[in-house]
Every structure is written in structure tokens, then in C-alpha cells.
Design a binder for this molecule. Structure first.
Ligand code: ADP
Ligand code: MG
Length: 742
């Protein structure tokens, strides 16, 4: 390829100084083919004076009980292999200006002997210890070689040195710390100035960002720590901005490309219905209802997220929306994640509609709105299928599981789709149900409150309605955190409360290894309690190996008070309402996520008695959530200490917080976004630089500029937005096709 101004960065890395064809092959194996690719291969860390300590300081930390990682820059003073019978141990003595320390390898002695040569400088990182002779020592530390100059620069002039992750593919071709730094610094010096800008000037100036050339240069070789942070900020902003551009495009496509229904809201229907229910809607319910009504009346298709804590009363709001659709001669579908829940919804809706005398426009049935239940996995003969399909044609409201979007399921005139527990379905699934009709209105409901950061990204294309108030008749659930040794007393409490008419759930975490194990564990708990502490009570069992009918039966028996106690392995996470179940005992509570615990707690407290949620866990986790080392920074805690600390905070926060939104935010912070949602399912790109928990303010800015931009120029046709259009087509083409689905 003859390099021109346009393709100079598309040249193979082989043309870089000290690369060549063989090393280029190695780079290719790790996904680096062009000079551009190597410019974006950023360091995994930087070392400077502020991130290293000297050996005497390290010694002091250890004497104070410090257990974490440290980095020391030092020179190899001596090395030796010691032999103990057949075993060989490699030891290196390091020296820095403040003293000596030692590194030990119990394996690969010969190899390490060849790596460390007297007089060479290294940055050694790991968790040091004090040996039995009182020396500072590292066992199997990480190390990066640096030159004497680099070490001088770093320690004396405060220069910052990049360190790159070196995959084995590169090591095999003799590319180590030195040579990789050389190759990259050569590339940065000679080619970074050829990078084309991918953000428009208005953004760069408006948010005080580095331009792409300076950002790349400073990410590799920052002049100062601050410059490094501004370089990082630019890449974070850029990726959040493009994420939000995709969100904005998805939203704008949905609103403008597709014609929606415009429902008439009959002025009598809703007041008539409200007269038949035994309570008044809360202010929050009325507020979201009016938002939904507005959407249904407008010609835009509705695409709305309805969120509210467990028990805040989303179903009744959904039902009213369905009634509006039905009143306009359309069918409405409600999709639930499990069969038990679908069944409960169907029964509940039938009960609520009973007093309403309304003639169906779909079937013409007088005084009857027809509700149909559609579940998967039922035995379906041809005759059965025909019956179902006929029934579907006559139903006003169809409730079901994901069976609703099976191919052979045909609706008559589907105008509204409601998805309960949205987080369990992906965008693609949602799109499939929507494709069953010409742009039906869509409401997705979530009982797991969605933290603001997520509602701005993964769910950012939806309008959001929030029920932020509980019905007045609810008593707050009392939450207690207890260690395992207290179980006998807790069982006694369950027995006593049983005399006051209480029923109890006892939850065990899922045994994940195998179905067989889970079954065995569940049965063991069941038999043990039945024969010991709770032998005076009747106990039921639900576990993951049961089919939905068996689970349903157990639940029904519990509801009918045939059981006093129901033992369960998480399958009741979303389950039916049991008014007298006012105690939930959750074993090994530390093994559940916060949102999951909150969901479980939401199963109780539906009646008017005081309800109790008892979290049982290991003694280690039942402390006050204090830092184990008061005077040391969290940064200096060992990973296991941090885990213990986080778990403890997590459980404490369940005791303190009743508000699902607060809990969800905290859950996101503690577990990190990766564990809570997968961007894959959402069709949005993975984030490489930013993280939506810690970069929230940047996210807000990126969103506001992206949405403004798409509002003013939905197709990015204007000259000034050309850069954005081109960059989208070049780097986000997969995500763009997703943006068009919705
Ligand atoms: P969720 O939001 O968790 O889906 P539900 O819709 O199942 O909650 O409502 C929980 C319970 O509260 C139901 O039994 C429902 O009938 C009742 N409920 C709903 N709204 C109110 C209200 N405004 N006042 C009293 N009870 C209500
Ligand atoms: Mg619900």
C-alpha cells in the first residue's frame, strides 16, 4: 500500500520501526493490525513517584498491619538459586536508596534467573510480607523492567512511565516492556498527528476536552497526572456520547418512523372501573396514569417504562391502560416472566374486572371483558392449538409468558403490549412481541427500580414513569440481620408468631452446581426442619426441579394456609401474594444480590400485620460495616478484606433502607454495572473507558448533548455533524442496526 494522507494510519504495524513481518504476526493475534490500532493500545497503568513507595516505607506499612499491594522501584543487587533436594528456589535481592528487599520464586527458577541481571532496574508489584528473618519480601511478584534512565526520570524528575499489558503472543516474539514501549512511543511520536478528529468542535470546546491527537499522546505519555486524567476524560466522553447518540436515534426512529395508534380515552370507563375497586389510587398512581393516557391518545407509539417498588401497585395501572385499549376495540397483551406470575395476573385481572359491566368490542360478548391465559410448555395437540388460536381471537386481554411471542401465536388486533419485570427480557424479545402488530403501544414494567444511570443508557430510549409512593395501608417491614448461631431462636420466633396467625417463608440460596444437588439440598433442609425445630408445623417445599404446576400447587396450598411454612429456593422471587405470610427468613443472605433481597422482602408485608425479614449470614458479615483498618485507606486493603467489608455494608444497607431506588443505586455501586445488566442484550456497545457508576456526571452531559443534536438533526445530514455520521457508520454499524429495530 502506498501511504497517502488518508490511509497512512491504515498501514500494517510491520512498517513501524523494530516491528517487521514476524512481530506484526504476533500483534495481529491480539487484534492489532494497523498503526491506528497500536495508537489505541493504551497502557494498563502508569507509574510515577506518587504510585510507588521505597522499601523502608513499605516495611513501615507492613508493621502497621497493611495487607495490600505495593510497588517499589529498585535495582537487582544479587541473585541465587538455592537447592533443597530436588527443589530449586530462586531469590533476588533488590536495592533502592532506602534499603534492601527480597523476591522469591518457588517455580521456574531457571527462567527467572535469566530474567534478572545485576544492575537492572525493575518496578516490582505485589503483596509484600515480612519474612521470618524480619526482611521485607515478595513472593512471586509482578515486575516490569525499566531502564536506569526511566527509573531516574521517574524518581527524580517525576516523569510518568506507561506500562502495557504484554500478552503471551507478544512475549513469544521477544516483545517485552522495553521494546513495546519503544515501538509505541515511536508510533505516537510519528503518527498521532495523523489521527482524524471524531468529535465536533462544539463538543470539544464546550466540554473542555483534549482533541484526539493530544488525548492519544497524553494517554500514553502524559505530561502530568492531570493531563492523563483529561486524556481519559475525552475517551470516556466520546464513548458515552456515541452511546447516547445511539440511544437518541433509537428513540427518535421509534417516534417518527412508525405510525402509532391514537386511542380515545372514554371519559366514563375509568371512573366506572375505579368505583369498583376497594381502594383509592395513590397520587403517584394517578400521576403515571395520566402520563400513560397522554401517550395513548397521541399518534406517537408509546414506549414507556413504568417503574415502582414491589407492592407499589403497578398492576392496576397496567390494567387501566389495557382497558383503554380494549375500549377502543383492540386487544391488550400482558407478558410475565414466569408461569406462576402470568397465572396470578390472569386470575387477579379476572377478579378485578368482574364487577365491571362492559361489552367486548372484540367478541361482542355482552358485559364481559374476556381474559385469556397463554402459557408455553403445555401439551399441544393440533386440536388444542386450534382451540387456543380461536380463543385468542376472542380475547380482549391476553396474559402469558414468553409463549406470547412464539411464531404461531396470532393476535387479532393487538394495540397494547405490557411487559412485566422488563429486566428479564432483552430488546430483541421485546421487538419480537412488538412485531406481532403494527406498532402497538408498549409499557414495560420493572419492580427492580432501575438506577438513574441505567435508565439513561440501556433504557434510555424509553420514557419513564415512576410510582414513588406506597399505598397508605402498608406497614414497613422490620429487617433484622443475624448470625447463623441465632437460628434456633429464630425458629422459636416463627413458632410463636404462628400462634398469632403468621405464615413464614424460609429461603435458601440456589445450589448452582447441579440440579440434583439443588434437589437434595432443598429436601435436606425440608426434612431437617420438619423433624426438629418446626416439627409442630406443617411445611411445604418449592424448588427449582419442580415444574410450574407443582410449584403452583405448593403456592396455592400455602395461600390456603394448608402450610404454615414454605421452604423455597429463590423460585418465589416473583410469586403470588400471600396475605398472611409476614415472616421471611433468608439463609446465607450474603449470597444474594441487594436487589434480589429487596425483591424477596417484597413478598411479605402485604397484609396489615407487622412483617419481619430476617437475614441470616456468617458471623463475619454481622458487624457495623466499619473499616477494618481505621487509619489505612481502602486502597490499601486486601481483596478479601474488601469483599468482607462490601458484603457487610450490603447487608447493613438492607436493614437501613426500605426504598428500592436507594437499594438499587447502592447495588450498582457495590457490584459494578457489569454484573447487573449486559449491554449485549441491549444492543448498545460495551464501554471500554467509562463506567456508568462513577462517570455519572459525564454521562448526563453526554446524554444531553447527544439528544439535543439528534433532535435538531435526526438523520445527521448537516455539514457540521458529518464527522459524527461518518464515525457512526465506521465504528458503530452493528449497534446502528439494533437502534433501528426498536
Ligand atoms: P406491584 O407494583 O409490585 O406489581 P401490585 O400491583 O401487585 O404491586 O399491588 C400490590 C397490592 O397492592 C395488590 O394487592 C393491589 O391490589 C394493591 N394495591 C394497588 N394499589 C393500591 C392502592 N392505591 N391502595 C391500596 N392497595 C393497593
Ligand atoms: Mg407486579
Amino acid at each position: 500500500m502506498i501511504p497517502t494522507k488518508e490511509n497512512i494510519l491504515e498501514q500494517s504495524v510491520q512498517y513501524l520501526k523494530s516491528v517487521g513481518p514476524k512481530r506484526a504476526e504476533a500483534f495481529k493475534k491480539i487484534g492489532i493490525e494497523t498503526i491506528r490500532d497500536i495508537l489505541f493500545f493504551f497502557p494498563s497503568k502508569h507509574l510515577d513517584r506518587t504510585t510507588t513507595v521505597n522499601s523502608s516505607k513499605a516495611y513501615g506499612y507492613l508493621m502497621n498491619g497493611y495487607e495490600g499491594e505495593l510497588t517499589i522501584i529498585a535495582k537487582v543487587a544479587d541473585k541465587e538459586i538455592r537447592r533443597f533436594g530436588k527443589r530449586e528456589i530462586m531469590k533476588v535481592q533488590f536495592k533502592d536508596t532506602s534499603g534492601y528487599f527480597e523476591c522469591t520464586w518457588f517455580q521456574g527458577a531457571k527462567y527467572f534467573y535469566s530474567v534478572f541481571n545485576e544492575g537492572d532496574f525493575f518496578a516490582v508489584s505485589g503483596k509484600p510480607q515480612i519474612s521470618k528473618y524480619g526482611n521485607l519480601q515478595f513472593i512471586h511478584p509482578d515486575f516490569d523492567r525499566i531502564s536506569e534512565d526511566e527509573s531516574q526520570n521517574l524518581l527524580n524528575t517525576g516523569k510518568i512511565i506507561p506500562f502495557y499489558r504484554i500478552p503471551k503472543e507478544l512475549r513469544e516474539k521477544n516483545i517485552g516492556d522495553f521494546s513495546l514501549r519503544k515501538i509505541i512511543s515511536y508510533a505516537v511520536e510519528n503518527y498521532a498527528d495523523h489521527l482524524e478528529e471524531t468529535l465536533i468542535p462544539a463538543l470539544i470546546e464546550g466540554y473542555n476536552l483534549l482533541n484526539i491527537k493530544d488525548a492519544v499522546k497524553n494517554y500514553h505519555y502524559p505530561e502530568t497526572r492531570e493531563k492523563l486524567l483529561t486524556a481519559l476524560k475525552r475517551f470516556k466522553f466520546e464513548e458515552l456520547f456515541y452511546l447516547e447518540i445511539l440511544v437518541a436515534i433509537r428513540k427518535s426512529n421509534y417516534r417518527t418512523k412508525l405510525p402509532g395508534h391514537s386511542f380515545k380515552v372514554n371519559s366514563k370507563l375509568i371512573p366506572d372501573f375505579l368505583k369498583t375497586i376497594p381502594f383509592n389510587l395513590t397520587k403517584a398512581q394517578l400521576k403515571v396514569l395520566s402520563e400513560i393516557k397522554k401517550d395513548m391518545e397521541s399518534t406517537y407509539p408509546m414506549n414507556r417504562l413504568l417503574q415502582g417498588d414491589v407492592g407499589s401497585g403497578k398492576t392496576i395501572v397496567a390494567l387501566i391502560a389495557m382497558l383503554i385499549a380494549v375500549d377502543n376495540g383492540f386487544q391488550a397483551a400482558l407478558m410475565a416472566p414466569t408461569e406462576i406470575l402470568a397465572d396470578q395476573h390472569a386470575k387477579n385481572i379476572v377478579k378485578l374486572l368482574k364487577p365491571l359491566n362492559h361489552t367486548s368490542k372484540i367478541s361482542g360478548n355482552k358485559n364481559l371483558i374476556k381474559v385469556s391465559l397463554l402459557l408455553g410448555g403445555q401439551s399441544k395437540s393440533a386440536k388444542e392449538k386450534l382451540r387456543i388460536s380461536n380463543e385468542l381471537q376472542e380475547a380482549d386481554i391476553v396474559v402469558g409468558t414468553h409463549a406470547l411471542f412464539e411464531e404461531n401465536v396470532k393476535f387479532k388486533n393487538l394495540g397494547l403490549v405490557i411487559v412485566d419485570e422488563q429486566h428479564r427480557f432483552g430488546v430483541a424479545q421485546r421487538a419480537r412481541l412488538q412485531s406481532k402488530a403494527e406498532t402497538p403501544d408498549v409499557i414495560v414494567m420493572s419492580a427492580t427500580p432501575i438506577p438513574r444511570t441505567l435508565s439513561m443508557t440501556v433504557y434510555g430510549d424509553l420514557d419513564v414513569s415512576t410510582i414513588d409512593e406506597m399505598p397508605k395501608n402498608r406497614k414497613a417491614v422490620k429487617t433484622l440481620l443475624r448470625d447463623e448461631s441465632r437460628l434456633p431462636a429464630i425458629y422459636k420466633f416463627i413458632l410463636e408468631k404462628h400462634n398469632d396467625g403468621y405464615q413464614s417463608f424460609i429461603i435458601y440460596p440456589l445450589v448452582e452446581e447441579s440440579d440434583k444437588l439443588e434437589l437434595k439440598a432443598a429436601e435436606t433442609y425440608f426434612n431437617e426442619l420438619k423433624e426438629t425445630y418446626l416439627n409442630k408445623l406443617s411445611i411445604g417445599l418449592v424448588h427449582g426441579k419442580m415444574n410450574w404446576k407443582e410449584k403452583e400447587e405448593a403456592m396455592q396450598l400455602f395461600l390456603a394456609k394448608k402450610f404454615d411454612v414454605l421452604i423455597a429456593t429463590t423460585v418465589i422471587e416473583v410469586g403470588i401474594d400471600i396475605p398472611d405470610a409476614n415472616i421471611i427468613l433468608i439463609n446465607d443472605a450474603h449470597r444474594f444480590g441487594l436487589s434480589q433481597l429487596h425483591q424477596l422482602r417484597g413478598r411479605i408485608g402485604r397484609g396489615n400485620k407487622q412483617a419481619y425479614c430476617i437475614l441470616v449470614t456468617k458471623k463475619d458479615f454481622v458487624n457495623e460495616g466499619k473499616l477494618p483498618f481505621k487509619d489505612l485507606d481502602v486502597n490499601y486493603m486486601s481483596p478479601s478484606q474488601i469483599e468482607r467489608y462490601k458484603t457487610s455494608i450490603r447487608l447493613q444497607s438492607m436493614v437501613k433502607n426500605k426504598d428500592g431506588f436507594k437499594i438499587a443505586d447502592l447495588d450498582l455501586k457495590l457490584r459494578g454495572p457489569g454484573n447487573i445488566f449486559s449491554t449485549k442484550q441491549s444492543g448498545f456497545p460495551d464501554l471500554k473507558y467509562a463506567d456508568i457508576v462513577n462517570d455519572i456526571s459525564l454521562l448526563i452531559e453526554a446524554k444531553s448533548s447527544a439528544f439535543k443534536l439528534i433532535e435538531n438533526d435526526p438523520h445527521l445530514n448537516s455539514e457540521q455533524n458529518k464527522i459524527i455520521r461518518q464515525n457512526l457508520l465506521k465504528n458503530y454499524s452493528n449497534n446502528l442496526s439494533y437502534a433501528r429495530i426498536a
